[in-house]
Design a protein around this ligand. Structure first.
Ligand code: ATP
Ligand code: MG
Length: 468
């Protein structure tokens, strides 16, 4: 098997123990798919004929995480017994073979029925490539992904779809999406992640039921979208969201982008949607979620501000409108306050790079002080490469950042309120302007000492006794 990871070793231990006690047990679902594709699975799931009660009894450290659905987490044994209560390093999810009853809430089966039949179990899984079982005890541990095939139990045609690169629902697609509407987004996510096609009948069912995605909680939709944005191939994921009709349901603000023309002299690539897709194309696997959402939403203010002015197409106020729309989206999707702030600040400042070569030193340094400035820089680079390709401003900013020591960007202030009071100024609202003026001059390099800064304050705001 590809890389013998601690997770795999733990899953094999669990399997061996279950088998030794006379139960059926296999690796199941996403990990089998990933092993066959030669990818490293993120986690290993075991499917077994043993009921949750039995699994809970058989292993010393267990957590009944989804006991209702027959899922038990089996943790590895701590080497030191005094760490018994410490969180497990490696845990294997063990799910009892089951068939799911009716789904009346569009998300969870009303009841599950345990079964001894692995072929019944795979029928409840979503897509054929996610419905494969693997008996790893039948093969030598160091075998490659091709050689795993004889150990695969394929009850649903998953191997053929894996070879053909197809996402196909198990059973009747319409029924399967009606049961659980999150599967609509999962179909898109897996198709994008593996560069697979969605099989035509499954695709038609996604299109037909796309409006039903609204019954899935905003948090779950957000998590799926964030995965699509940060797993690599975000462009393909968003093309599929668009062509299935899901985009208009989950992000109507973004679904307005196609067909919104841009001035060709600045955007030779085409309309706002093409431009946005070209940004998404540059998002690397594992990239920061806030950067990814910032890239998706940076021009979300363009469709509502489009205007064919006499000279050229204009988007007056698109940044402000974009910030407001992005705020609505972050609120709707229940982003954390920190993530919301970062996404909004990315949208708000994305046009400022063009001004950087002409900025006063104090303005530039304040710009550099933005939290996670590397994300601003990365967004600007993607924005340029998705349009005219001119990286002059990006290079200018990188060069200035490299030249400026941290204390030049964020020097210790020469003055605080305390020095102003000591100099005889009464505390009041004017302090803010005074301190800002002193800091500006410090950042410009026109004052370097407290005495010089106070002289500047006297010259600009009048001597202390006049105000007193
Ligand atoms: P990932 O690599 O993203 O974790 P995965 O296939 O492992 O992909 P999980 O969400 O971890 O996906 O689920 C594990 C397995 O459980 C899936 O492979 C699939 O067999 C089954 N499964 C998960 N979610 C659903 C669902 N909504 N409907 C039906 N089966 C599901
Ligand atoms: Mg998984």
């Amino acid at each position: 098997m590809p890389h013998a990871s601690p997770q795999l070793a733990a899953a094999l231990d669990v399997l061996t123990t279950l088998r030794a006690a006379g139960h059926e047990a296999y690796l199941a679902g996403g990990c089998v798919r990933d092993l066959l594709l030669g990818r490293d699975p993120t986690d290993y799931d075991v499917a077994t004929s043993a009921t949750p009660d039995i699994v809970l009894q058989m292993f010393p450290r267990t957590f009944a995480v989804g006991a209702h659905f027959g899922v038990v987490l089996v943790a590895d044994q701590p080497e030191n017994p005094s760490e018994e209560s410490a969180p497990p390093q490696v845990a294997t999810e063990v799910a009892t073979f089951r068939s799911d009853g009716v789904y009346s809430d569009g998300r969870h089966p009303d009841q599950v029925r345990y079964t001894l039949s692995p072929s019944e179990d795979v029928q409840r899984r979503d897509f054929t490539i996610n419905g494969l079982l693997l008996d790893p005890l039948r093969i030598a541990p160091e075998l490659s992904s091709q050689d795993l095939r004889p150990a695969v139990l394929d009850h649903i045609g998953g191997l053929a779809d894996l070879d053909a690169g197809l996402i196909r629902a198990i059973g009747d697609p319409v029924r399967r999406f009606e049961e659980d509407q999150l599967r609509l987004l999962r179909a898109v996510r897996f198709a994008a992640r593996f560069s697979f096609e969605i099989e035509p009948v499954t695709f038609a069912a996604v299109r037909q039921l796309a409006p039903r995605i609204r019954s899935v909680s905003h948090e779950r939709v957000r998590d799926e979208l964030t995965k699509m944005l940060t797993e690599g191939r975000a462009r393909r994921a968003f093309e599929l969201l668009h062509s299935t009709g899901l985009l208009a349901e989950v992000l109507p603000e973004v679904a307005r982008m196609p067909g919104v023309a841009q001035p060709p002299q600045f955007h030779p690539e085409g309309d706002v949607w093409i431009h946005t897709l070209l940004l998404l194309d540059q998002l690397q696997p594992g990239c920061s979620p806030t950067l990814a959402w910032g890239a998706l939403l940076h021009d979300v203010g363009k469709p509502p501000t489009f205007r064919a002015a006499p000279d050229r197409i204009r988007f007056d106020g698109h940044v402000e409108v974009g910030v407001a729309l992005a705020a609505d989206i972050c609120r709707r999707f229940r982003f954390s306050n920190d993530d919301t702030r970062q996404v909004l600040v990315l949208v708000e400042h994305h046009m400022r790079f063009a001004d950087t070569p002409r900025m006063r030193a104090s303005t530039l340094k304040r710009f550099f002080r933005l939290e996670k400035f590397d994300e601003h820089l990365a967004l600007h680079k993607m924005d340029c490469l998705a349009a005219h390709g001119n990286l002059d401003c990006w290079n200018f900013v990188r060069q200035r950042l490299a030249e400026l020591p941290a204390e030049a960007v964020r020097p210790r202030p020469l003055l605080t309120g305390r020095e102003l009071i000591a100099a005889g100024y009464p505390p009041g609202p004017a302090f803010k302007d005074m301190l800002q003026a002193a800091e500006d001059a410090q950042l410009e390099g026109t004052v370097a000492t407290e005495t010089e800064a106070l002289a500047l304050i006297r010259a600009r705001f009048g001597p202390a006794h006049v105000e007193a």
